[in-house]
Structure formats: structure tokens, C-alpha cells
Design a protein around this ligand. Structure first.
Ligand code: SF4
Length: 284
């Protein structure tokens, strides 16, 4: 399989701007980078368009809602490739319970491909599982992790400059908590569909495994992520901050986003996702 985390291919394209590159930033980025300062820094590095995944998360939440409305047995959330891989390898009997909906990265890749077909799409990732998922996904052309991005900023002396430049398009606010444990369940409006004891939120693969070894038959929705704390605990996120500190940063980011004055043409409106099927073959 092709390795899309190939800096020797990405760097010259970025610096020479021979190809237009679009950055799709995972919303856990606030654990490592300041917002909105990161947007200008990405432009200065060479990107032509900068988006994040929150609109993709909003669109897949709609799919989750539809599926959970009809489901009867256990369903397992699937935005985390670490969970999908573990279930498939260790619990093949539960593979059918994985929700066959795109991850926010794949969903957003589809949206960006539709609106910017000539751009190469670069995913900015908190973990290696996402790199593997990118390799299997035709809607992502390259992937860089947070630590590599910090190295690139240093290498090309990209400093904090303008901190009033916002993401280009598809802006969404409430799904900014997606990288937190339970972020999916909180934003997919499922509480009206399921009783409290039918929903279980688990972070950290050891805890997920413990549940799957002996699943509670009452549970209908397992909202789980591989890393402790969720994606803010991803292996390429900052080691200097605790999960509690990173969580606080995400919540501050959410609060700020709610008061941002986003022009209509930059918003992640549902109609922008029309005609796109947010499920497919990237991972399943
Ligand atoms: S929970 Fe961890 S492994 Fe899963 S997508 Fe997030 S950072 Fe990656």
C-alpha cells in the first residue's frame, strides 16, 4: 500500500507551490497549536486552503442518528480506526456491530474533493492509525502528523504572525468536541433515541477491550476511542499537557467558535454535503 506520510514528496510541493495543497486539520489540533494563529502559519508553510474536520463530523453525525434510530442490538462507533482495527482483529463476532459510516476525515475528504477537485488533500493527524486509514482512502492524498508539522514550522522558520485568519470553508462549531471522549455521542443528538443506560462511553483501548470481553447486553451504543481522553491523547499530540489541560483547550476553542462571526459562504451548511454518500469502502 502507498505511504501517504511521505514528507519528501509533500515538502517540495508545499514550498514550491507547484501543486495546490489543501490542509484538513483534525480538531484535536488545539492540544498542540494555537487557533487561529495556526491558520496563517499553514498558509505561510505553503498551503492554499485550510479546513478542519468538524463539518465532516457534523455530516456523519446525521448518519449515526439515522442508524441508531433503527438499530436494535449493540452498535459500535467507528470514527477511530484504532477501534475498527481492534474489533476486526480481536472481536470478529462484533465486526457487524461497527457502524458503517465514514470517519470525519473520510467524510471531509469527500467534501473537499467535490469542491476543490484540483487540490491535493493533506490530512494533519494526531496518530498513526489515521495515517493507515489515509493510505486506504482515495479522498486523502497525503498525511502529516502534529509532531512533523511542528518540525516543518521550525525548519522553514514559520512564526506566529497574523492571528485573525480563519479556516477557509465548511466551518462548524459544536462538533469541535469530537476529539474528546464522548464527543460523538454528545453531538449526534442520540439522547432522545436511547436510554441513559443504553449508552456507554469508553476511552482507552484497555477499557474498550474490557467491555468487549464481556459486553453488557443492555448497551445499545458503544461510543469509544482508542486513546485515553480521546484524540487529544493521540500519540502525536503534545506530551507537555495533561488530558485535563488539553480538554480545557478544546472546550475553550468550542466556546470561542460559538461567538465567531462566520460569513455564510464559510459555514459548513448541510446542503454542501448533498449528493455525497458518507459511507463507503475506505475502511470497511
Ligand atoms: S482515538 Fe487515538 S487512535 Fe483513535 S483516531 Fe483518535 S488519536 Fe487516533
Amino acid at each position: 500500500m502507498i505511504d501517504k506520510n511521505n514528507l519528501s514528496e509533500i515538502e517540495p510541493k508545499l514550498r514550491a507551490k507547484t501543486v495546490k495543497l489543501l490542509a484538513m486539520v483534525a480538531p484535536s489540533f488545539v492540544s498542540d497549536f494555537e487557533y487561529p494563529c495556526i491558520v496563517q502559519k499553514l498558509y505561510d508553510l505553503g498551503f492554499d486552503k485550510i479546513t478542519e474536520l468538524t463539518f465532516g463530523a457534523k455530516m456523519i453525525n446525521r448518519e449515526y442518528h439515522k442508524i441508531l434510530k433503527k438499530s436494535k442490538g449493540l452498535v459500535i462507533a467507528s470514527p477511530c480506526p484504532g477501534i475498527v482495527t481492534t474489533v476486526k482483529n480481536k472481536y470478529p463476532q462484533h465486526a457487524k456491530n461497527l457502524i458503517k459510516v465514514d470517519s470525519p476525515m473520510v467524510a471531509m475528504g469527500k467534501v473537499c474533493r467535490k469542491y476543490y477537485p484540483k487540490h491535493k488533500i493533506v490530512f494533519i493527524s494526531p496518530c498513526d492509525f489515521k495515517k493507515t486509514e489515509s493510505n486506504a482512502c482515495p479522498f486523502v492524498d497525503y498525511v502529516i502528523d502534529y509532531e512533523q508539522l511542528i518540525v516543518l514550522f521550525k525548519k522553514y522558520k514559520i512564526k506566529k504572525r497574523k492571528c485573525d485568519v480563519l479556516f477557509d470553508k465548511f466551518y462548524n462549531d459544536y462538533t469541535k468536541i469530537y476529539p474528546l471522549s464522548g464527543g460523538l455521542g454528545k453531538t449526534a443528538h442520540i439522547k432522545g433515541l436511547l436510554k441513559k443506560d443504553e449508552i456507554v462511553i469508553i476511552d482507552g483501548i484497555k477499557n474498550v477491550v474490557k467491555f468487549l470481553d464481556n459486553p453488557d447486553p443492555k448497551v445499545r451504543f458503544l461510543d469509544c476511542l482508542f486513546c485515553i481522553g480521546g484524540c487529544i491523547g493521540g500519540p502525536h499530540t503534545s506530551k507537555k499537557l495533561t488530558i485535563a489541560q488539553k480538554r480545557k483547550k478544546v472546550l475553550t476553542y468550542l466556546k470561542g467558535a460559538k461567538s465567531e462571526d462566520i460569513p455564510e459562504n464559510r459555514k459548513g451548511l448541510i446542503k454542501k454535503g448533498s449528493g455525497i454518500k458518507f459511507s463507503g469502502k475506505c475502511w470497511f
